[in-house]
Design a protein around this ligand. Sequence first.
Ligand code: DGP
Length: 161
Amino acid sequence: MSSECIFCEILRGNLPVTTVYEDEFSLAFMDLYPMRPGHVLVIPKEHHVSILQLSPKMRSHLFELGAAVALAQAESGLKCKAQNFFINDGPDANQHVPHVHLHVLPRSGADLHKALFSFVSRYNNFFGVAAKRRRLALIAKDIKTHMPRQITSVLTSADRA
Ligand code: DGP
């Protein structure tokens, strides 16, 4: 873990987080500055900046978890007809938090302008105000309720560092 990484601080329990899913390798939680309602981040517990530093099994695990989150978002009460899955992989790709994170961004089918605005503004380093924790907690509860019972994973306890 890195002492200068806010996601590591979240994993250590030193910063608040609104969790959607957790296992021994990964965490899925609500983005505090959601680009659209229901925006979730999926991270490995190991600190790495780039997906290129992850094992193939870990990369696969993160994407399977991202897919499970997407299924749950689609089943939840969110307006969600599709998702953007994306990773800003390194500072020169507009990565702001130097810890691998997969964005799972619900799209309503009628939100092009709002989504475009949020992409452009954050790529200009403007994130706006943090979402209200109570609202994040309500959305997280809804997504959690719809998470698949089992996440397909190639990782086992033997893969623990
Ligand atoms: P990126 O620009 O790809 O590095 O995305 C970083 C994301 O992290 C961005 O969508 C906002 C989010 N974020 C920043 N600080 C916090 C925090 O303290 N808690 C949570 N939950 N999300 C955060």
